[in-house]
Design a binder for this molecule. Structure first.
Ligand code: KG4
Ligand code: ZN
Length: 364
């Protein structure tokens, strides 16, 4: 073969399951990890802003338009030519089907042209395996995925061995943050705005519910919390004729602390169940400082290490897909042209499917 290969495997990753069009190039290191040579994420927030949520059809078109550009940019940034790629890893689900199909089709085109192996990656596995890329974490560990579309506790014992210990039965936490921001007229994405408003607020002013804490296990629910906030808002509006800035701040602070309390307690239970020495967290909501501090305390109390990958690798990206693909490749996994895009694809096929459907589509 006359390809300008490096000694170590070089993997191209593609991600298009939600509203980020992403491509990344990773190269294996001698230590068994990988170096991120490039990590391109082309967001679509502007396209969806007017609709207050991700519009699947718009997302799919934008992915189809931008994926090849993302790949080109990723190869350029990495200083790698397409023939030097040893495998193409692509998110094959779960997610919005149009976007996933756009990614899978492009990946198939690339492997047809280059003759390299194709690996279909589960998006959630990408998130769940990220701490191994960023910190060389060894199995087993517990990870909490908290984003706009995901919320689950996973015990990770191998690159394809995941046990779901619990998850949300309705909204994902980021989705709840976004809805609260909408109810209070704060703009989108809601998480950072709610967090900023909460900084000026009194978390004890509104006694919002802590859903499902009275039930055993690690499942979570956030839609009741959001509804309670809506009622508190409406009561104020009826009484005062509107909301003052302090009311908004107090509502945000009360909501945020309820969210953190619930996630902390459920994480405590998940850590006990998992009986592992590490708690990792991934997803956009992991940026929330109050939540992070609460989770860190839980880990400390359980004598477990707490680990949160850098934020750009916590949120949707293609480096995590390339890494998960590399892990699967090392296990001998390969896909062929029959690889299908899957809107639903539970990581843990033995646990009962989750009921919930996030704003970004039912996940797993
Ligand atoms: O992982 P991510 O970028 O995308 C997916 O959902 O896949 O997560 C985005 C979510 C949004 O719902 C956003 O409001 C939330 O993460 N988020 C936050 C914060 N920053 C982002 N939620 C709470 N506090 C934050 N600081
Ligand atoms: Zn994600």
């Amino acid at each position: 073969m006359s390809r300008d290969r490096a000694d170590r495997l070089t993997i191209l990753g593609l991600e298009s399951s939600c509203d980020d069009t992403a491509a990344a190039v990773l190269r294996e290191t001698d230590a068994g990890g990988a170096k991120i040579l490039s990590n391109i994420v082309l967001g679509q927030s502007d396209l969806h802003a007017a609709f207050g949520g991700v519009v699947p059809e718009i997302a799919a078109r934008a992915h189809a338009e931008k994926l090849d550009l993302a790949v080109e940019a990723a190869l350029n940034d990495a200083g790698v030519s397409l023939p030097a790629i040893d495998a193409v890893a692509v998110t094959a689900g779960p997610g919005l089907i149009g976007g996933v199909m756009a990614g899978v089709m492009l990946a198939k085109g690339l492997v047809a042209a280059t003759g390299t192996p194709l690996i279909g990656v589960n998006h959630l596995a990408g998130h769940a395996l990220t701490p191994r890329l960023t910190d060389g974490l060894q199995f087993p560990y517990l990870i909490l995925l908290v984003s706009g579309g995901h919320c689950q506790f996973l015990l990770v014992e191998g690159a394809d061995r995941f046990t779901r210990l619990g998850g949300t039965i309705d909204d994902a936490p980021g989705e709840a943050f976004d809805k609260v921001a909408k109810l209070l007229g704060l703009g989108q994405p809601g998480g950072p705005l709610v967090e900023a408003a909460a900084r000026e607020g009194d978390p004890a002013r509104f006694n919002l519910p802590r859903p499902l804490l009275d039930r055993p296990g690690c499942d979570l629910s956030f839609s009741g919390l959001k509804t309670a906030l809506l009622r508190a808002r409406d009561t104020l509006v009826t009484r005062q004729g509107g909301l003052f800035a302090q009311d908004r701040a107090d509502l945000c602070a009360s909501f945020q602390v309820a969210m953190a309390d619930v996630l902390a307690e459920k994480t405590r239970r998940a850590l006990t169940l998992a009986a592992v020495p590490v708690l990792a967290v991934a997803g956009g909501v992991a940026a929330n400082r109050l939540l992070r501090a609460a989770l860190e305390r839980v880990a400390q109390d359980a004598d477990a290490r707490f680990l949160a990958p850098p934020l750009p690798l916590c949120t949707d990206n293609a480096a995590m897909i390339a890494w998960a693909g590399l892990e699967r490749l090392r296990q001998g996994a390969r896909d062929d042209m029959s690889l299908a895009a899957r809107p639903r694809w539970p990581l843990d096929t033995t646990s009962a499917p989750m009921l919930g459907a996030g704003k970004k589509g039912a996940k797993a």
